[in-house]
Design a protein around this ligand. Structure first.
Ligand code: NAD
Length: 257
């Protein structure tokens, strides 16, 4: 299937590793010209170097999503893009009852406001050209809240509510807005969370990993490329009538309908 992404311009945030890097590579493999954004230039360069020969391209730009001015610095690029993939770092784990105002505010800036701000910069051009694909990476926690990730459970639902409202506002202009909820995708972040869970509970890392696998009907964690395949489809011209959704890439992990 030709996804029609040849020559399309995409901007992917949180693209120096994990899900964001995989999405950048998948879009480039389909011929898109991708701007990969994160804080670490060296890691972004590694992702750009992995761009397959004969594909589109990946260029890198450093920006801290928690800083309003850094996002404003992307205004020129954002104005010309067709595909915006909104992805950020996850919050620290721990009891939600102990989260301070400072942590809530900092996470709100990077996990929610960064998405709103970048979208505001990209939308006028998308509407004018009558083609836009906005994808927000959220979490299985928006359907089935995850213990010890209360910041994520709360702020990602804000993203879902915002995205759904926006989808209705821009659908007639050829712009779609969707959220993708990963279950457990094998990235550094998952390793970090498992190590933190093992330390908190006094259980071995191997046991934490075994228990999480046992909760996934597919019997394994997902690969970043499996997540990226859905992102590439939703970014494509083929997904023109899909908007306002929350799609799961979870191996069946989320129990609710
Ligand atoms: P990750 O931590 O491996 O990667 C996050 C990326 O965002 C990295 O490139 C990092 O450098 C970048 N980043 C973090 N903070 C940033 C900032 N302030 N400014 C710019 N870039 C920043 O995470 P991942 O596993 O690839 O997951 C991506 C998102 O999906 C995260 O928010 C994560 O919490 C969420 N998520 C992931 C899973 C999973 O199974 N991997 C499950 C549920 C939710």
């Amino acid at each position: 299937m030709d996804l029609g992404l040849q020559g399309r311009r995409a901007l992917v945030t949180g693209a120096s590793r994990g899900i964001g890097a995989a999405v950048a590579l998948a879009l480039a493999a389909e011929g898109a010209r991708v701007l990969a954004v994160a804080r670490d230039q060296a890691r972004l360069d590694t992702v750009a170097a992995a761009c397959p020969a004969g594909a589109g391209s990946i260029s890198a730009r450093t920006a801290d999503l928690a800083e309003r001015t850094a996002i404003e610095g992307l205004a020129g690029e954002a104005a010309t893009i067709d595909v915006l993939v909104l992805n950020s770092g996850g919050p620290p784990p721990g009891p939600v009852s102990e989260v301070t105002d400072g942590t809530w505010q900092a996470q709100f800036e990077s996990m929610f406001l960064s998405m709103v701000r970048l979208t505001r910069l990209a939308l006028p051009g998308m509407r004018q050209r009558r083609y836009g694909r906005i994808l927000a990476v959220v979490s299985s926690g928006v359907v089935q809240p995850i213990a010890s990730l209360g910041i994520s459970n709360a702020l990602r639902l804000a993203v879902v509510g915002w995205a759904k409202t926006l989808a209705g506002e821009v659908a007639a202009d050829g712009v779609t807005v969707n959220c993708i909820a990963p279950g457990r995708i094998a990235t550094d972040r998952i390793g970090e969370l498992d190590r933190a869970a093992a330390a908190r509970s006094g259980v071995s890392l191997e046991e934490v990993e075994r228990q999480s696998r046992a909760a996934i009907p597919a019997g394994r964690t997902g690969e970043p490329a499996e997540f990226a395949a859905l992102a590439a489809f939703l970014a494509s011209s083929r997904a023109s009538y899909m908007t306002g959704g929350v799609l799961r890439v979870d191996g069946g992990m989320i129990r609710g309908l």
